[in-house]
Design a protein around this ligand. Structure first.
Ligand code: SF4
Length: 406
């Protein structure tokens, strides 16, 4: 395979073959196959991040992993390493289109359908269909096994969710997923690709399914529904986000979604010790591994805690979303994570979002307190998102005390 030109400094979804410039160098986003990295892949990623990047690894809200701090020269070394690990697609277009989230416990939780064959077929169909190279760069799919730890409530342009003996098919709307029908497991990937092709014919430049507007969305819905059966009950069941020990599964989180290379290396070793074969990623930036028994699961929790990972759902850091901020991101004038750690130490129990700028990469849902960096200060928003009108602006050094005075 010939490696693509190393650097594209623009674009919203960086890949291995098309990295993106940031404040601490280039970022390369590595997409797992079927939502998981094998343990050798995880170790290879850690080594690569250390050798060619600055050792910082981010878990993204699309259940990918980003290696930071690459240079225009070192990114070539990263691309070679990723090719050896089998984590690179044929070309940058195919890589950009492989936006598929898979529920993290599929194949691990016996109560959940193993939907990895559906995800594999979908990835293969997407790679073969040049008509889909025109999809917007963030156009995404999700494939959910229908378990209790579910990703079905996450936003994806096209969703597939196991429900009994069928897969429900959903389209993204401004109000959430519209579950429009169901199909068989064998036909689910083909149905998703057919909908994506229909979308290409209807879409405006850069827009997503939720941006189509009533008339075009109605047209897409009508085309998409052809050949689908009815949707069964329970398609909108409330999802759970496990942190800690589940049924022979352990979920751990990285503070603010940031792993350091040695931490990932060590975590892969811990996973191997408990009998796991891979590390699963999730859109809420927690990692999941299977454990051979309860004792192994407890041992993994202890080891993960010792290397600085979050192992309890009550950890206050989990209430706070914070993007990398300065100096890692060029759009930020504030050190978001320093303030976020300070806020985590308060007695406040609501949700908090600290964002380096109004783009709000770390969280799209409203939070009880939102701080948005601007010119070295923070705009303060209550019960809203980064796009809402701030009630006031505070100096960066005052922001950490905001929750202590209310
Ligand atoms: S929200 Fe702004 S500052 Fe934070 S990572 Fe995104 S672009 Fe950078």
């Amino acid at each position: 395979m010939s490696m693509a030109a190393a650097v594209d400094v623009k674009g919203w979804c960086p890949g291995v073959l098309r990295p993106m410039q940031s404040g601490d160098g280039l970022i390369a986003r590595v997409r797992p196959w079927c939502g998981a990295f094998g343990l050798d892949e995880a170790r290879g990623l850690a080594d690569t991040a250390q050798r060619f990047g600055n050792g910082h690894i981010d878990l993204t809200r699309r259940a990918n992993l980003q290696i930071r701090g690459l240079s225009e020269t070192s990114v070539l070394g990263l691309q070679d390493a990723m090719e050896r690990l089998g984590l690179v697609d044929r070309d940058a277009e195919v890589e950009a289109g492989r936006n598929i989230m898979v529920s993290p416990l599929t194949g691990l939780d016996p109560a959940e359908v193993d939907v990895r064959p559906v995800a594999r077929t979908l990835a293969s169909l997407l790679a073969r269909d040049a008509a889909l190279y025109d999809l917007p760069s963030k156009f995404g799919f999700l494939v959910d096994g229908g378990g209790t730890v579910s990703i079905a409530q996450e936003r994806a342009d096209i969703s597939l969710k196991a429900l009994g003996q069928t897969m429900a098919v959903g389209l993204d709307t401004p109000a959430g997923t519209d579950w429009i029908g169901s199909t068989s497991f064998d036909d689910a990937a083909r149905a998703a690709v057919a909908i994506a092709r229909a979308f290409v014919g209807l879409a405006r430049e850069g827009g997503r399914v939720r941006d189509l507007g009533e008339e075009r969305f109605g047209q897409l819905r009508a085309v998409a529904r052809k050949g689908l059966g009815p949707v069964g009950d329970g398609v909108s069941s409330k999802p759970k986000r496990l942190i800690g020990v589940g049924r022979l599964v352990v979920g751990v989180a990285a503070p603010f979604g940031r792993l350091e290379a040695p931490q990932l290396h060590r975590f892969a070793a811990l996973a191997e010790e408990v009998g796991a074969t891979d590390i699963r990623l999730s859109p809420w930036r927690a990692l999941y591994v299977g454990a051979r028994d309860d004792a192994a699961a407890q041992a993994l929790m202890k080891g993960a805690h010792e290397i600085g990972l979050i192992v309890e759902a009550s950890d206050p850091i989990l209430r706070i979303d914070a993007c990398p901020g300065a100096p890692a991101c060029r759009s930020s004038s504030v050190d978001t994570r320093r303030i976020a750690r300070r806020l985590a130490a308060s007695a406040f129990t609501g949700s908090v979002h600290v964002s380096g700028c109004a783009k709000g990469c770390a969280r799209s849902a409203p939070a009880a307190l939102v701080l948005v960096g601007e010119q070295g200060r923070y705009n303060v928003i209550r019960n809203g998102t980064t796009r809402d009108v701030p009630e006031r602006s505070v100096a960066a050094e005052e922001a950490g005390a905001l929750l202590d005075v209310r």
